[in-house]
Design a protein around this ligand. Structure first.
Ligand code: HC0
Ligand code: SF4
Length: 573
């Protein structure tokens, strides 16, 4: 421990803290802007400055280690003035059209200027020439809102190991974007959106498709059905003031119904289908000398990553489409036939925690007979906006349920939304298939949690199945290097592009840095899924009665000819 004085009071604090953290332990909240724990610790924006006795200049507290005998002042006129000046300078240069910004009321610059009582901008800065890019299917970049905090640059480089975004130009002309200010469409961006959820302002946002959903909902000639991804229910509540980690499955179903969808279905159901297809593919590859390790192919950001960075390893990807697209393909075939609806009249909307899903749905190889599997994909955030536009009082909605036929799901389908979930779901089924039993233990905790790479060897029916799980593309890259060097003797690998898996996807509610710095939102949201899983009567995909019916009535068996036509694809570089 060290002893230091903060604002005239002596405190004992652990010696490994920064001044920012030390102040927080004694109930003093120093404002920050560029600081994002473990991701962007650069001390660049100078909003967190404090006065330290003996130092002439004010110090950035986010990168300043505590010292014994230190005398710190976090709140005097000099400090307050400096912080205010810094934010005023940012605002002078900022596109302040807050009323029409999608981040209004969830903007860290806006909150800061309110907390620092900024009422006027004393100088009108010369404005940079802004650049605007909405050519990609997923991301909109508006440099007029950018405050050069560098959080997106660090998220892309340090978390995802990619480095699409960088500081460009110098001095007054400095901006952030892809090299040469190319469009996000034309660079190897995987559309994971981790830059968006770390952006404190409205400089990086999803490409909204809300207007398209409203339009089809009002088109009487269309039969509009919706599927909601596993991770949506783990985070949607945050947009309505619920604590992080609250599961809102029931209210989600009711909200979707009230918005006017003809049927409320669930991507979890299709996740159960995926387990049938992927589990069968895995056993086939193991038993018949196929390419191993087999790697999951359901996270579209991850698929883009391997396509761009390691195209020679594409044969390792499972040929399964993602649950999102399996759902769409079955909606326009199985569901359409059973209900006598022309697939051309069916519109499939997906609600996803993901911005990359917007690009997955337009992949040409995922069409069946010229029909797109999924027509419109919106994020959890966009769904929240629709609920607000419709002026539904979310907290007052009764708990509803998803519709039968493609809406009943097992605990296995549900946990897809957290890193390790696809693996655990697959093992639950593969273990039963190999032993021919209905195994009681379904909790494979070795593959749960937020550790970057998890490994496990599972012994079933005398066979050792070696698995690995990676989340975020830096960790995925480490496993791919191992495969390349012949050092990976795994049978099966799960990869999710986002840190923590889909619960922390680029389309999820955005939590400000002061929350992210102290709460592991990945772990909290995952808990919401694992607790619903534990409460489910059926927790294995192959035990889902609706899935049994699907195979009995329609597909035959997993990996059948028909299943291949609808549910599998090929990834080519
Ligand atoms: Fe996921 Fe999915 S689990 S990628 O993270 O596999 O987005 O939630 O919908 O498709 O099911 C996202 C989440 C999905 C898909 C499923 C998979
Ligand atoms: Fe980087 Fe992902 Fe953002 Fe693309 S979407 S710039 S890959 S963080």
């Amino acid at each position: 421990n060290v002893s230091l004085s903060i604002n005239g009071i002596q405190y004992e604090v652990p010696s490994n803290l920064t001044v920012l953290e030390a102040a927080r332990t004694v109930g003093i909240d120093i404002p920050t802007l560029c600081f994002l724990k473990d991701i962007n610790e650069v001390g660049a924006c100078r909003v967190c400055v404090v006065e330290v006795e003996g130092a002439r200049a004010l110090q950035a507290s986010c990168v300043l280690p505590v010292r014994d005998g230190m005398v710190v002042n976090t709140n005097n006129t000099r400090v307050r003035k400096a912080r205010k000046n810094t934010v005023e300078l940012l605002l002078a240069n900022h596109n302040r059209e807050c009323t029409t910004c999608v981040r209004s009321k969830n903007c860290e610059l806006q909150s800061l200027s309110e907390e620092l009582s900024i009422r006027t901008i004393p100088f009108e800065g010369e404005k940079r020439i802004p650049s605007f890019d909405d050519l990609s299917p997923s991301i909109v970049r508006d440099s007029s809102k950018c405050i050069l905090c560098g959080r997106c640059v660090s998220a892309c480089k340090n978390v995802q190991g990619i480095g699409i975004l960088e500081f460009l130009n110098r001095g007054f002309k400095t901006t952030v974007g892809p090299a040469f200010e190319m469009s996000m469409r034309d660079v190897p961006c995987i559309y994971c959106g981790q830059c968006m959820v770390t952006c404190p302002v409205g400089a990086l946002t999803e490409k909204s498709a809300i207007h398209k959903v409203w339009e089809v909902l009002e088109d009487k000639s269309k039969h509009v059905i919706v599927q909601s991804a596993p991770a949506v229910r783990a985070a949607l509540g945050e947009e309505f003031g619920y604590p992080i980690g609250t599961n809102v499955t029931g209210k989600l179903a009711t909200a979707l119904r009230r918005l006017g969808f003809a049927k409320i279905f669930d991507t979890n159901w299709a996740a159960d289908v995926t387990i049938m297809e992927e589990g069968t593919e895995l056993l086939d590859r193991i038993q018949n000398g196929g390419v191993l390790p087999m790697i999951t192919s359901c996270s579209p950001g991850w698929v883009r990553y391997i396509e761009f960075q390691y195209p020679e390893l594409l044969p390792h990807l499972s040929t399964c489409k993602s649950p999102q697209n399996m759902f769409g393909a079955l909606a326009k075939s199985y569901y359409a036939e059973k209900h006598g609806i022309d697939p051309k009249d069916i519109v499939v909307v997906s609600v996803m925690p993901c911005t990359s899903k917007k690009s997955e749905i337009v992949r040409p190889e995922l069409e069946v007979d010229g029909n797109r599997d999924v027509d419109i994909s919106i994020t959890t955030r966009e769904l929240a906006l629709m609920i607000k536009e419709a002026r539904l009082e979310f907290d007052k909605l009764e708990d509803g349920t998803f519709d039968p036929f493609m809406g009943n799901y097992t605990g296995a389908g549900l946990i897809f939304g957290a890193t390790g979930g696809v693996m655990e779901a697959a093992i639950r089924t593969v273990a039963d298939v190999l032993t021919g039993e209905d195994l009681e233990n379904v909790d494979y905790t070795a593959v749960r949690g937020v550790e970057g790479i998890k490994e496990a060897t599972i012994n079933v029916a005398g066979m050792d199945i070696k698995v690995a799980v990676a989340h975020n593309t830096t960790n995925a890259g480490i496993l791919l290097e191992k495969i390349k060097n012949g050092e990976a003797d795994y049978h099966f690998i799960e990869v999710m592009a986002c840190p923590g898996g889909c619960v922390n996807g680029g389309g999820q509610p955005i939590q400000p840095a002061n929350v992210r710095n102290v709460i592991d939102i990945r772990a909290e949201r995952a808990k919401a899924l694992y607790s619903e899983d534990a409460s489910k009567e059926v927790r294995k995909s192959h035990k889902n009665p609706e899935i049994k019916k699907l195979y009995d009535e329609y597909l035959g068996k997993p990996n059948s000819h028909k299943a291949h036509e609808l549910l599998h694809t090929h990834f080519v570089a």
